[in-house]
Design a binder for this molecule. Sequence first.
Ligand code: DAU
Length: 333
Amino acid sequence: MKILLTGGAGFMGSNMIHYLLREYQDIEVINFDDLTYAGNLESLTDVAQDPRYTFVKGNIIDTNAVETAIQGVDVVINYAAETHVDRSILDPRAFIDTNIYGVYNILEAVRKHKIHRYIQISTDEVFGAVLEGESDEQSKFEPRSPYSASKAAGDHLCAAYAITYGVPVIVTHSCNFYGPYQFPEKLIPLFTMNLIEGKKVPVYGDGQQVREWIFTHDHCRAVDVIMRKGNPGEIYNIGTGYRVPNLEVIKQMLDLTGRGEEAIEYVLDRPGHDRRYAVNSNKLRTELGWEPQVSFEEGLAKTVEWYKNNPDWINRCRTGEYKEYYLKQYGNK
Ligand code: DAU
């Protein structure tokens, strides 16, 4: 099987490349990535010489580059996306380009080249804040940030291409993922990095917002089973049911890094901050037989350990553009 995996130098994409090459011998993976701020090929140095792996530098908003890269592949998995909510609030433009126009380019190329399967990696944030209960695959889209609105638009395009042209696209809506190689702007890697370095952690608002967490390995297993057994045109939610307020996650991080509650600094809330997410993942479990394997405690401990052991990787993330973003978002701390 030949897979075009877009966004493979990012957190989830690089984890999936490791997973696929480890799990399957008869596989070829093309990593198509433009190496924007969150892309880091150092996450893939261990597989760089593997004959089953190729890297192509390219952006999904470049129609010709997508057209060229897609020739002869069986499956496309699209991890390429602008993903950070705070960045979308500061400047939404790149989100519109990548998450909407980029998805359109892939859909067109998949249609034209009659690709066997296209997996679009999306998010539970398209359902908006779920104050009670859970969102299932039929729930209404109510995105509330420029990020989630752009992902919702990409998902709508996928649904429209499946219905109108019979494009064999499957969309996933995942809860929050975490693990090694995650760019240090999201809650878990940012706070881990700050705590290891003796800095404070900026908690938005009251810290009682609820998120549902999945360890990267379980997410890779879910995408794998969806790619192999999922039905074209379908949507699958990916979730663990492990839902806790941010402060609970932070307390576990304090314990793992030996820091105390004085490390917590309450800061201004994120505009439009979604209070709670909760995805119903019964369809994935009952129809495709997937279950999460890694508990949050185990996954978080592995993640914190990885960041403790990889200060060079963290430092390289921190150059140039990230530094500017960090200063804009958190000031000079
Ligand atoms: O739900 C899936 C989504 O999870 C993905 O689609 C997004 O790409 C991903 O960024 C993530 O969105 P969140 O906004 O939930 O993730 P983030 O790590 O930015 O924030 C998690 C929670 O922690 C959220 O309630 C905001 C809070 N937070 C975050 C940061 C970065 C803080 O309190 N302080 C912070 O500095």
